[in-house]
Design a binder for this molecule. Structure first.
Ligand code: IPE
Ligand code: IPE
Ligand code: MG
Length: 258
């Protein structure tokens, strides 16, 4: 079989040493994908699940360490009930169906978001998959579900405040590293790359603390159309970026001090 353009891109990505370790994706445009075809919005979500499967496989191929997928925001409860029910149904059906494959592919499932706000039966399915895959050492697949960046930060603040008031923590102990440890992404590096599909230029309350120096990649492609080649194009684009973190770099990309 001849190598496709995507295969060649993958080879280039793997040959460089500045690979993105953690990629986060705002999977957007399911509704518009469906509308364009005269289909109900739920058909777009169904097709979006296929894209999730493709991109998880592509992330494994590209040796990405962590992939955080924004699956459902706290604000998404404001949608019509029937659409919310359809998204939730798809989420849990897929988790159940894909459990064996996650184990086979050495994928570790984790979640960010308020899981207590989900129905007990569905939370159980998710927790079971997380438990079953917790010792896997391949890709960390982190699902942001019932997630809000601001709520996550507030929750960390409350926990820290409680420990300070019980004198378990001193004010001087609070720094960026320890604060990050109280977030729902504890243990993951900050995302190197954030992809948003469907051409929207906003964060929509996603990973507000963690994205302070994340590289952004926005594409007009709707999520259900996003494929392996699109994903590799984003990873290659990332590898061409110069991440300065506020500094001035010399020609070799080293920080310049004088
Ligand atoms: C993203 O697609 C999926 C979720 C938010 C769950 P949308 O449903 O937001 O699609 P558009 O933005 O309406 O096209
Ligand atoms: C962000 O997409 C949430 C997810 C992809 C799960 P939305 O479609 O909900 O975002 P807004 O409302 O357009 O900002
Ligand atoms: Mg949207």
């Amino acid at each position: 079989m001849p190598a496709s353009a995507a295969d060649r891109a993958l080879k280039r990505i793997l040959s460089r040493d500045n690979q993105a370790r953690h990629v986060a994706i705002i999977m957007d445009g399911n509704g518009r994908w469906a509308k364009k075809r005269g289909l109900p919005r739920t058909a777009g979500h169904k097709e979006g699940v296929k894209a999730v499967k493709r991109i998880v496989e592509a992330a494994v191929e590209a040796h990405v360490e962590a992939l955080t997928l924004y699956a459902f925001s706290v604000e998404n409860w404001r949608r019509p009930r029937i659409e919310v029910a359809a998204i939730m149904h798809l989420l849990y059906e897929t988790t159940k169906r894909e459990m064996r494959e996650m184990v086979e592919k050495n994928i570790r499932l984790t979640a960010a978001g308020d899981l207590d706000g989900l129905s007990p039966r569905r939370r159980q399915i998710l927790l079971k998959a997380i438990e079953k895959t917790k010792n896997n050492t391949g890709l960390t697949l982190n699902l942001a579900l019932n997630y809000s960046g601001r709520a996550e930060i507030l929750e960390a603040v409350r926990k820290i405040a409680a420990e300070v008031s019980r004198r378990k923590l001193a004010l001087e102990d609070i720094d960026e590293t320890m604060f990050a440890g109280y977030l729902q992404t504890d243990g993951l590096p900050d995302p190197d790359l954030l992809i948003r599909t469907s051409g929207e230029y906003r964060l929509s309350n996603f990973l507000l603390w963690q994205t302070s120096y994340t590289e952004l990649y926005i594409t007009d492609t709707f999520w259900p159309d996003f494929d392996r080649a699109h994903f590799f194009a984003a990873l290659e684009d990332y590898q061409k970026r110069e991440r300065r973190f506020g500094r001035v770099l010399d020609r070799e990309g080293r920080p310049r001090k004088s």
